[in-house]
Design a protein around this ligand. Structure first.
Ligand code: ADE
Length: 237
């Protein structure tokens, strides 16, 4: 793999502003109210975009990014809630794989997370992208390889008590709202991907308070890891 142009997505302003502040802007283009910024960062071209929150926005923007900019890989960056008790706020989780936890066709005989009438459930991240990401330094925090669960719900302690399956059945390490949808789009298009998320809260703890408090600070950790990926990716001749 020799990715020259990389697509970088974040759901919220706080998750992409750090990039815009550090990259050289080449041009910005608008599509359906989304702004795609073509930048140079670490000697490489990247297309940065804020998707908005949730699976539909993530899928919509991923597909347009692929169609209009032909990136060789996609990275989703931002924050996530911890499910794994060992994870702490500020730790970075690199997707080993993603599952959409709110896909539920069990009434029709499908396993939870299995997209109905397909054999798609676990979307594996690109091993090279994940390996490079894991070699980064999270400066004072742990960097971990984990399973990221995606769904259109912000998970709090109350919710988790009704969603024990996130850990017990799906073995999730972190939960967020976009990565698994981008992963599905990448699988359909045959594009490598990785999700880089910094833990902003414990999904089974004081998620709302911690999320609001730590979002700007921890979003910076994800930026450092993505920058590291860009600097280490092999280049085409
Ligand atoms: N993103 C960050 N924290 C989250 C949580 N607790 N649930 C879903 N998405 C999140």
């Amino acid at each position: 793999m020799t990715p020259d142009r990389i697509g970088i997505m974040g759901a919220m302003d706080a998750e992409i502003t750090e990039f815009l502040g550090h990259a050289d802007l080449i041009e910005s283009t608008e599509w359906r109210g989304f702004t795609f910024h073509t930048v140079r960062l670490e000697g490489r071209e990247a297309v940065l975009v804020k998707s908005g929150i949730g699976k539909v926005f993530s899928a919509l923007v991923s597909q347009h990014l692929i169609d209009a900019f032909a990136p060789e890989a996609l990275i989703f960056t931002g924050v996530a809630g911890a499910l794994n008790p060992a994870y702490e706020i500020g730790d970075v989780v690199i997707s080993r794989d993603c599952i959409q936890h709110d896909v539920d066709g069990r009434a029709l005989g499908f396993a939870r997370g299995n997209l109905l009438y397909t054999d798609l459930k676990i979307f594996a991240a690109d091993p090279d992208l994940a390996r490079i990401a894991l070699s980064a330094d999270a400066v004072g925090h742990n960097i971990r390889s984990g399973r990221i669960l995606t769904g259109d719900q912000f998970m709090t302690r109350d919710q988790i008590n009704h969603h024990r399956y996130l850990v017990d059945e799906l073995h999730g390490d972190a939960v967020e709202m976009e990565g698994g949808a981008m992963a599905q789009v990448c699988a359909v298009n045959g594009i490598p991907f990785v999700v880089v998320r910094t833990i902003s809260d414990r999904a089974d703890g004081d998620a709302v308070e911690d999320f609001n408090r730590f979002l700007p600070e921890v979003a910076r950790n994800s930026f450092a890891i993505v920058r590291h990926i860009l600097s280490r990716l092999p280049r085409s001749a």
